[in-house]
Design a protein around this ligand. Structure first.
Ligand SMILES: Cc1cc2nc3c(=O)[nH]c(=O)nc-3n(C[C@H](O)[C@H](O)[C@H](O)COP(=O)(O)OP(=O)(O)OC[C@H]3O[C@@H](n4cnc5c(N)ncnc54)[C@H](O)[C@@H]3O)c2cc1C
Length: 318
């Protein structure tokens, strides 16, 4: 993957080198547009934080998250996209003639169309052991990782709809699910709470706050918890922790041109377009209901295609 700097002016600039951005780049570059992807970190986005992706089509044995990201990047490059890792776009504005201006720490770039594919990051608990065991027992994605816990004991942390829904989903695999929440009351809808309470595999552990995650050096073995009112502590013997204490969409760079919803997600039309002509969004940063690699890649393809069409229409008008 090249990192020898970006061209100053391109047809399509893509912010974010995760599945959405890299697939948008594949479609845009393959469609003949001069395309650059800016990625602030490692290519591949969130999938680089997981060992194995088992639900992306065409890989019957699964594929490593990092490897999949690398393959997506290589495929986009093969078709002519320029990929620039370790460059964070900090500002996005639009000039009077419609050209977009993208600013990073050192430079300014220009593009006729922009695709925002900046994704989201799970909110962290920020407790001991969390970073050490990420991908080795600590997860934020039950759809992705639930199957690894068949017959095992896990803890789900959180009190919103996501935590309750995922706890219920995880009972398909785990024989016991501790639902750890720092309050007696739940933010989740009553229907979810009632269903979870009625489920024999789910045990409510409230009002307890997670203190630290412990393990044997290679995998999680326990979760230390503290009673929020009494201060008493306990240890849950578990094989995995699923954290659902919220997500942080990475939409800050869009805020000069678009207004995110109350949770920070960007609203888009089904073709990825926004209220600003030439500005498109795709993937986890949007309000899309399912946040997975396959949906991010699909949305990236749509946004890449729509950006190409926008450029064609612009050319016809000139
Ligand atoms: C631990 C974990 C395991 C998962 N497992 C699976 C799984 O097994 N199967 C599955 O389908 N899904 C899985 N997911 C979900 C999946 O990873 C996401 O749905 C998908 O990566 C979303 O792709 P995206 O391109 O929209 O966003 P992201 O993957 O979040 O990529 C966005 C990229 O944009 C970059 N970026 C953000 N802001 C800027 C900026 N200002 N300038 C430059 N770059 C920027 C970020 O660094 C990031 O690389 C998992 C998620 C996690 C956290």
């Amino acid at each position: 993957v090249s990192n020898d700097g970006a061209d100053k002016a391109v047809d399509i600039a893509i912010i974010g080198g995760g599945p959405a951005g890299l697939t948008a780049a594949l479609y845009a570059a393959r469609g003949g547009a001069h395309t650059t992807v800016f990625e602030r970190g490692v290519l591949g986005g969130q999938i680089t934080t997981t060992d194995r992706i088992e639900n992306y089509p065409a890989f019957p044995e699964g594929i490593g998250g990092g490897e999949l990201g690398e393959l997506m990047a290589r495929q986009a490059e093969t078709h002519g996209a320029k990929i620039v890792p370790f460059v964070e776009i900090t500002k996005l504005t639009q000039l009077d003639d419609g050209t977009f201006e993208l600013t990073d720490e050192y430079d300014t770039h220009y593009a006729r169309s922009v695709i925002i594919a900046t994704g989201a990051v799970p909110k962290l608990l920020e407790i001991d052991g969390e970073a050490e065991y990420t991908g080795r027992g600590v997860s934020w994605c039950s759809t992705c990782d639930g199957a690894f816990y068949r017959g095992k004991v896990i803890a789900v942390i959180g009190g919103g709809n996501a935590a309750l829904e995922e706890a219920l989903f995880l009972t398909k695999f785990a024989r016991r699910v501790y639902l750890v929440h720092r309050r007696e009351a739940f933010r989740a809808e009553t229907v979810h709470v009632d269903r979870a309470q009625a489920h024999e595999a789910i045990e409510f552990v409230t009002p307890f706050a997670p203190l630290k995650i412990v393990g044997d050096g290679s995998k999680v073995t326990g979760l230390h918890i503290e009673h929020v009112e009494h201060g008493t502590t306990d240890v849950l013997e578990i094989d995995g922790v699923f954290e659902y204490v919220g997500t942080c969409p990475q939409s800050t760079v869009a805020e000069s041109l678009l207004t995110p919803d109350e949770y920070g997600y960007l609203d888009v039309q089904t073709d990825g377009s926004t209220d600003i002509p030439g500005l498109f969004c795709a993937g986890d940063v949007t309000t899309a209901p399912l946040k997975q690699v396959v949906t991010a890649a699909g949305a990236g393809a749509v946004a890449g295609f729509s950006a190409l069409r926008f450029l064609e229409q612009q050319a016809l008008q000139q």
